[in-house]
Design a protein around this ligand. Structure first.
Ligand code: PLP
Length: 399
C-alpha cells in the first residue's frame, strides 16, 4: 500500500471529512500544481515569444509544460498537442485529418467510448465520410478484435476506440488493437483518458497513431493532451491561422495558443510521480510510481467489488477483480433508479455520482437511461482503505 500520509499531504483539497470517489470525473489537483499556476501568474504573466527577459522566462515555463506532457506519454519533442480538453483536441484532429481523406473513405468508432472519441469522428459523416460502428459485447461489456475484423476494409482510414471505458472500467489490450489497425493500413485514435490515471502510458510501445488524455484526471490542471505520431500530426491540415506553416507541430493544432498558466504547471505531475516512487524506496521513475499506484488501487477496489458481487440486487458493469480492472466501478441496483443512491451518501460525507457519464450510447444500448444511468464509484490512488470501508458500510445500509 502507498504511504497515504505522504500522498495526501501533497493534495491540499483532501480532507478527512469527505471521502471523494468521483475521481474519473476529475481528481483534486496537487498543491504543487496550484503553486505553479500562482507563481506563473504572479511572476511571468506576459506574452511569450518576445526578446525581453520576462517573456523568455514565460516561454521557457510553457515549453517545460510541453516537455512534461511528452514525458507522461513517453513521446518525442513535438509529438504532444495541448488544449483545453480531450474533447476539443479530438475535434481538432478529426477536422485536420478529414482534409487528407476522400469522400467515401471510412472510419470506425465504438459504442463503448465516451462521446469525446465518437462524436468528433461521427460528425465527419456530414462531409461524406462513411462511419462504421464497432459494438461492444453485452456479456462482458468489452471490445473484441474479432468484431472489428469485418469492419476493416481498403477504405478504412481510422479506428477510434477506448483504452479503458470511463464507465465499465476495463483496460483493453490497446497494443494488440493498434497492431491490427496498422496492419489494415488505417490510423488508430485511442482514448486513454480513463487509463492514464491508473497505468503508465507509453505511446511508443503501444504503437498508436493518436492518443488522448486529460490531465485534470491525473492530479493536474484542466488541460487536454493529444499525442500524435509526428508524421500523422504533420500530415493533418493546420487548424490554426493561414500563415501558420504546416510543419509547425504542435502549434498548428493549438489555435489561440494554450492556457499558459495551466501548461506551466504541468511539470508538477511527473515530478510528483517520481517523488512518489522515491518515497516508497524506488528509483524515482514513472514506471515505478505506476506499479505502486496499480497495487494500491487494486487493494482499494477488491473489497468494494467483493461487496457488490455479494449483493443479489446489484448488477456490476464490467469485470470483477483482475489485472484489466480499473478502480472505476459502476453498478445498478434492482428496483432503484441510480439517482437515488448518491444523495443518500452525501449525508455520510461520501462523494459518488450517477448518470451516463457521456458514455451515452453504451447506457442507451443497455436500456439504462430510464433508470438514470448507473451509480459510479471512481477511485484515485489518494483514496484510503478506511474511506472504502465507510463507503461499503454506507452502501450496505441503503441497498
Ligand atoms: C474516457 C473519457 N474520454 C474523454 C473524456 C473527455 O475529456 P475532456 O473533459 O478532457 O474533454 C472523458 C471525461 O470524462 C473521459 O472519461
Amino acid at each position: 500500500m502507498l504511504d497515504l500520509s505522504h500522498v495526501r499531504s501533497c493534495f491540499p483539497a483532501l480532507s478527512d471529512e469527505w471521502a471523494l470517489f468521483d475521481n474519473a470525473g476529475g481528481t483534486v489537483p496537487l498543491g504543487a500544481v496550484v503553486d505553479r499556476v500562482a507563481t506563473y501568474m504572479r511572476e511571468c504573466m506576459v506574452q511569450v515569444g518576445a526578446s525581453y527577459a520576462q517573456s523568455a522566462r514565460a516561454q521557457a515555463a510553457v515549453q517545460a509544460g510541453h516537455r512534461a506532457a511528452e514525458e507522461l506519454m513517453n513521446a518525442e519533442e513535438g509529438e504532444v498537442v495541448l488544449g483545453p480538453s480531450s474533447t476539443v483536441l479530438a475535434g481538432l484532429i478529426a477536422n485536420g485529418l478529414r482534409a487528407t481523406w476522400e469522400e467515401g473513405d471510412e472510419i470506425v468508432v465504438t459504442d463503448l467510448d465516451h462521446e469525446a472519441n465518437v462524436g468528433a469522428w461521427r460528425r465527419l459523416e456530414e462531409t461524406g465520410i462513411v462511419v462504421r460502428e464497432w459494438r461492444f459485447r453485452e456479456d462482458d461489456m468489452a471490445l473484441h478484435l474479432e468484431d472489428l475484423e469485418p469492419l476493416l476494409g481498403p477504405r478504412t482510414r481510422l479506428v477510434a476506440f477506448t483504452h479503458c471505458s470511463n464507465l465499465v472500467g476495463r483496460h483493453h489490450d490497446a497494443r494488440a488493437i493498434c497492431d491490427r489497425i496498422r496492419e489494415a493500413g488505417a490510423l488508430s485514435c485511442v482514448d486513454g483518458v480513463a487509463h492514464v490515471p491508473h497505468r503508465r502510458v507509453d505511446a511508443k510501445a503501444l504503437r498508436c497513431d493518436l492518443y488522448l488524455a486529460s490531465l485534470y484526471k491525473i492530479c493536474g490542471p484542466h488541460v487536454g493532451v493529444l499525442y500524435g505520431r509526428r508524421e500523422v500530426l504533420e500530415r493533418a491540415r493546420s487548424q490554426n491561422h493561414f500563415f501558420v506553416p504546416e510543419d509547425a507541430v504542435p502549434y498548428k493544432l493549438e489555435p489561440g495558443n494554450v492556457t499558459h498558466e495551466l501548461v506551466a504547471a504541468l511539470p508538477a505531475i511527473p515530478e510528483y510521480l517520481r517523488e512518489l516512487d522515491r518515497a516508497h524506496g524506488g528509483e524515482g521513475t514513472l514506471d515505478g510510481a505506476f506499479a505502486r499506484i496499480e497495487e494500491h488501487e487494486a487493494a482499494l477496489s477488491a473489497p468494494l467489488l467483493e461487496f457488490l458481487e455479494s449483493r443479489s440486487a446489484v448488477t456490476l458493469l464490467g469485470p470483477g477483480m483482475g489485472p484489466d480492472r480499473a478502480p472505476t466501478i459502476s453498478f445498478v441496483v434492482e428496483g432503484r433508479a441510480s439517482n437515488e443512491l448518491p444523495p443518500l451518501l452525501d449525508a455520510e460525507r461520501i462523494a459518488i455520482r450517477y448518470g451516463h457519464f457521456y458514455a451515452y450510447r453504451l447506457v442507451e444500448r443497455m436500456g439504462l437511461m430510464e433508470r438514470d444511468g448507473v451509480v459510479r464509484v471512481s477511485m484515485a490512488h489518494y483514496n484510503a482503505p478506511d474511506e472504502v470501508a465507510r463507503l461499503i458500510a454506507a452502501l450496505d445500509a441503503v441497498i
